[in-house]
Design a protein around this ligand. Sequence first.
Ligand SMILES: NC(=O)c1ccc[n+]([C@@H]2O[C@H](COP(=O)([O-])OP(=O)(O)OC[C@H]3O[C@@H](n4cnc5c(N)ncnc54)[C@H](OP(=O)(O)O)[C@@H]3O)[C@@H](O)[C@H]2O)c1
Length: 318
Amino acid sequence: MRVIVIGGTGHVGTYMVPRLVQSGHEVIVVSRSQRQPYQAHGAWASVRMVAMDRAAEEASGQFGQKMVDLRPDVVIDMICFKLESAQHLVQALRGNVQHFLHCGTIWVHGPSVEAPTTEEQARRPFGEYGIQKAAIEAYLLDQARRYGFPATCVHPGHIVGPGWVPLNPQGNFNPQVYVSLARGDELALPHIGMETVHHVHADDVAQVFTQAMANFSTAVGQSFHAVSPAAVTLRGFAEAVASWFGQEARLRYLPWEEFARGVEEKDAEQTLQHIEHSPNCSIAKAQRLLGYQPRYSSFQAVSESVQWLIEHKVVTTS
Ligand SMILES: NC(=O)c1ccc[n+]([C@@H]2O[C@H](COP(=O)([O-])OP(=O)(O)OC[C@H]3O[C@@H](n4cnc5c(N)ncnc54)[C@H](OP(=O)(O)O)[C@@H]3O)[C@@H](O)[C@H]2O)c1
């Protein structure tokens, strides 16, 4: 099939595009051509790269028609963040595509209620990002179920892979947290360290997308989490990272205000966003309906990334 990946050179596209090419698909990647995939792969030689700024094309009302002009069988939209963007694309693609896959986020859920959270639980998103993603999901599933538009939503957790800083045990992206744990320094955690984060390796996200394509009849009109088999607590995560360096984690538990005062403002904001969600999502539906078999646990995925950070001297251990 001819597959367009909108935003196909990022975290997920790095793994998804080679997977698609190796499955025999003709792949077109739409991006601004400002960046390269995180890893080289021979498959990219056979990929058609189309340079386009989605925001500019949407502003002029041309984006949807430009996608139709590429005559896709499948469109994978990695970079849709506004309901209007989804509506614009669906209007153009209606009747012009066999399968449409949207990349959402587990933040469509808001705070966990019953854990692990299933795709069927009522949405309680907060924050503009999660609210918009939940609105897009609701719109796409409605379009699929009411009007037969062939949409599937894939909701990744915190995406991890070699080449960028994985969400750390404080629930932010400061690489110094890994340095502290590697050196056996004391690390502050908010509250009692029992809030959760839920990572996923980028290749496992790619797997959910390709499995959804391969299982079209069960995937259309459905949402699927793309996460590792198990979320981790901040405390357990910190202890595991320290153990990779032969250390015992020296953790100090602080009330929120005190914790926030002790870290950079940006880090405190990110930690708060992550622990307010404290995601813990189920993969049972993706396993049952798509045959999803994640290759990485949360710790395996983060460990691979931290190894990359050490090799590239972002994290120094001595
Ligand atoms: N990161 C996470 O932990 C996380 C967690 C849950 C869900 N998600 C979801 O994952 C999706 C992002 O996937 P990703 O992390 O693989 O992507 P990414 O690494 O952020 O890469 C973005 C891709 O989109 C292209 N792009 C960005 N702006 C563009 C524009 N205006 N026009 C055309 N192309 C553009 C980029 O290439 P150029 O820069 O060259 O244009 C690149 O190919 C989002 O829907 C996000 O909500 C992410």
